[in-house]
Ligand binder design. Structure first.
Ligand SMILES: Nc1ncnc2c1ncn2[C@@H]1O[C@H](COP(=O)(O)OP(=O)(O)OP(=O)(O)O)[C@@H](O)[C@H]1O
Length: 261
């Protein structure tokens, strides 16, 4: 089933200066789409259009088979978790309150909120006594886990993640990447994740998008990037790094790789 469908979508912040141009994209349920591209190419704008933070200028955008304009904004946002680099936890709320914030808005009982917070904390590998800690008492990686738990609290079908691991050190980043990949499979989530980290995009993505000049320059699985001809821009963008990722994950020799190209 198609969960997100862009058809000929354009977006301009200023008249006649589109930052997204005639974009077509179908995202199926359970896909993990990662989005790469140089700075200012409309990656964040793409995500923001999906959760109504920005309005498209033209074209059609359907979420769960319904035109975006036909959705009630609050109803739609409950189906979509949003995680950004600057986590934005509420400093005056403890972990439990931060995670269950959206459930408070839905007038859920304290018992229900506690249960959900405990369940999500466990899912993200944080100890139970963290429920009472405040954001200032948590490391960057722990705060980011709580941010992800909070985004999962309304049991969303879609997760939008904008450089979610950008502020973390290498070790924490790899750990959280693995966890998110596991969660995505377990919960059957559909994820769109923006990153500047090529290795991250190719490790996590079931399909990888490379944006250029407000358009999808190329989209495909990791194998497709290797087995078909890439555009000149894509080859330059990926350069040596992609070879490293491919060899690491698939254990093929450099000679075999050269034969593929
Ligand atoms: N609210 C806004 N008002 C005006 N212009 C904007 C606004 N938000 C983004 N832009 C412009 O739109 C273009 C695309 O921005 P966007 O944030 O989507 O790019 P990005 O690919 O996510 O960039 P980065 O990789 O640097 O985060 C940029 O030129 C940016 O300056």
């Amino acid at each position: 089933m198609t969960v997100i469908e862009f058809e000929n979508v354009s977006k301009s912040y200023e008249k006649d200066k589109p930052v997204i141009k005639n974009l077509d994209l179908k995202v199926k349920r359970g896909e993990f789409i990662t989005i790469l591209g140089t700075s200012g190419n409309g990656k964040t704008t793409l995500l923001k259009m999906v959760n109504c933070l920005e309005k498209k200028t033209s074209g059609s955008l359907k979420i769960l088979d319904k035109e975006i304009e036909a959705w009630d904004k609050t109803g739609l946002r409950r189906k979509i978790g949003y995680v950004v680099q600057s986590i934005g936890l509420f400093p005056h709320l403890n972990t439990e309150e931060n995670i269950s914030y959206v459930l408070t808005l839905q007038n859920k009982s304290s018992e229900e909120k506690r249960k959900k917070a405990e369940e999500l904390l466990e899912l993200l590998n944080l100890p139970h006594d963290y429920l009472k800690k405040y954001p200032r008492e948590l490391s960057g990686g722990e705060q980011q886990r709580v941010g992800i738990a909070r985004a999962l609290a309304s049991s969303p079908e879609i997760m939008l993640m904008d450089e979610p691991f950008g502020a973390l050190d290498e070790i924490n980043r790899r750990k959280l990447q693995e966890q998110v990949k596991k969660l995505q499979k377990e919960l059957g989530l559909t994820i769109m994740l923006v990153t500047h980290d090529i290795e991250e995009a190719f490790t996590l993505g079931s399909r990888i998008i490379i944006m250029h000049n407000g358009k999808i320059e190329q989209i495909g699985t990791k194998e497709e990037y290797y087995q078909s001809e890439n555009t000149k821009f894509v080859n330059e963008f990926l350069s040596e790094k992609l070879k490293f990722v491919y060899i690491k994950d698939n254990d093929i020799s450099l000679n075999e790789l050269k034969n593929l190209r």
